[in-house]
Ligand binder design. Structure first.
Ligand code: 4AD
Ligand code: MG
Length: 462
């Protein structure tokens, strides 16, 4: 017989039938004449309960030695369960052990472990309920991202990881070098490796946007979804050095339409995860963040609030609240400001638009006031900024002026200017931080829990 995933067995409940499962022991409890085994195979939150009676082959030798983490194959018959909290149980006919997990050294035990502790065992933490649930939600939402855009006719573009331009202009790039840093520099006494990608400067991408724009102005609506890198030295619960970003880019699109798409995208993803991962959401709501389900439901019920940056500054300066970072027109919003606005003032997701041009990258379209740009950030309760986007500067002269203002060379951005020289068109897009989305739908306080292998200034041990 072929083994079945526990998720499917619990869903279909084929009572009286022979079934076979393969998975890992969570717990064993012994009673007079039999043992209860809780088995999980990673397909769902729930374990299946197995009854193993003492007359089974190798009961004394194997079954009574099973501990948390052992891997097993169990065949038997599915029966209705008299126990509370479960509908079915598996009456074992045969238990085969694939691998033991010495309880003296195996770090995972039945009790709950702190997330800090689990970070130190990145190779074992996906075996826990919460991190396993995060992994399934991440997978489901990756698929949902593609489904949302594909349903609307967007083309998926693979933008490069090694690039020669700094999209955000923040100088937070990891340099790529072909040099063997252990040998060449020491011998030659070199300290400058900035031109060492086969004789050119190159770095890991901070955003696929600029390349997505190329394809947008050829194919129409496109999106990219991949890893991005930021060498910013911020050790916070919302920043990673390597994170995944979803970036749609839409032709013949202005800022208002950009916001519409972004809002319906977030709603779609929240709806999708509620529909496809209800057990995971229940688990997060019970053990990670009691307010989660209420917050997610609220996202679907209401329109996102919308204010301009200038209005936001006014609210923040007149609210009488003391912030760690001072607020004034021209200063960037800090996460404490963002969270205050959407958690305490609007109590729902909030779109802030029209930021000062001086604090935004060169590619954003300058507004008629000549001091603000057609930019928007979406802020959500519990996190702050989850999306950043803008209408792009499609006018050649204005773009050239912005490049010069920011000290960027016309030669380096010749191809980007060409897009405005030949058949330019209004276009807009945004970037969704995928990990921040996963934090939002899981209630996980720290971004290190929502990516399998977090890379932060402090650590990249595995
Ligand atoms: O606001 P950002 O920097 O915007 C861009 O990169 C644009 N090029 C996007 C575009 O218009 N196509 O980043 C977009 C989002 C942020 O809102 C945030 O959610 C996430 O990416 N993000 C990070 N997530 C984790 N760790 C970091 N260090 C992040 N930096 C940005
Ligand atoms: Mg941003």
């Amino acid at each position: 017989s072929h083994y079945r995933r526990i998720r499917q067995i619990l869903k279909e409940q084929p009572l009286g039938q022979a079934v076979e499962i393969k998975g890992w022991i969570r717990t064993r409890r012994d009673s007079k004449g039999f043992s209860f085994l809780e088995v999980n195979d990673g397909s769902c939150v729930a374990n299946i309960q197995v009854i193993a009676e003492e007359n089974l082959p190798r009961y004394q030798e194997d079954i009574l030695r099973l501990t948390t983490g052992c891997s097993v194959r169990i065949s038997g018959q599915l029966a209705a369960s008299p126990a509370k909290g479960q509908d079915v149980e598996l009456k074992a006919a045969e238990v085969e052990v694939y691998g033991w997990a010495d309880p003296e050294t195996y770090p995972l035990q039945k009790k709950r472990h702190s997330f800090e502790f689990l970070r130190e065992i990145g190779h074992l933490r996906p075996r826990t309920n919460s991190l396993g649930a995060v992994a399934r939600v991440r997978s489901a939402l990756s698929f949902a991202v593609h489904r949302f855009f594909q349903e609307q006719g967007f083309q998926y573009i693979h933008t490069p990881i090694i690039t020669t331009s700094d999209c955000e202009g923040a100088g937070e790039m990891f340099t790529v070098t072909t040099l063997d840093l252990n040998n060449v520099p020491r011998k030659e006494g070199r300290t400058d490796f900035s031109e060492d990608f086969f004789g050119r400067q190159a770095s890991l991408t901070v955003s696929g946007q600029l390349e997505a724009e190329i394809y947008c102005l050829a194919l129409g609506n496109v999106y990219t979804f991949g890893p991005t890198f930021r060498a910013e030295n911020s050790n916070t619960s919302r920043h990673l050095a390597e994170f995944w970003m979803v970036e749609p880019e839409m032709a013949f699109c202005d800022l208002a339409q950009d916001m519409e798409v972004a809002e319906s995208f977030i709603k779609y993803l929240v709806q999708y995860v509620l529909e496809h991962c209800p057990e995971e959401i229940e688990l997060f709501n019970n053990f990670v963040d009691k307010g989660l389900k209420g917050r997610l439901a609220a996202v679907l019920e209401q329109d996102f609030a919308r204010i301009t940056y200038t209005e936001a500054i006014e609210r923040l300066t007149t609210c009488g609240k003391k912030f760690n970072f001072p607020v004034s027109w021209g200063a960037d919003l800090q996460s404490e400001h963002e969270r205050y606005l959407c958690e305490e003032v609007f109590k729902r997701p909030l779109i802030v638009s029209d930021y000062p041009k001086a604090i935004k990258p060169f590619y954003m379209r300058v507004n008629d006031d000549d001091t603000t740009v057609a930019a928007m950030d979406i802020l959500v309760p519990g996190i702050g900024e989850i999306i950043g986007g803008s209408q792009r500067e499609e006018r050649y002269d204005q773009l050239l002026g912005r490049l010069e203002e920011q000290g960027l060379s016309r030669e380096d951005y010749g191809w980007y200017l060409d897009l405005r020289r030949y058949g330019t068109a209004p276009h807009a897009g945004f970037g969704l931080g995928f990990e921040r989305l996963i934090q939002f739908v899981s209630g996980m306080a720290n971004i290190r829990e929502v990516i399998p292998f977090p890379r932060t200034p402090g650590s990249a041990s595995l």
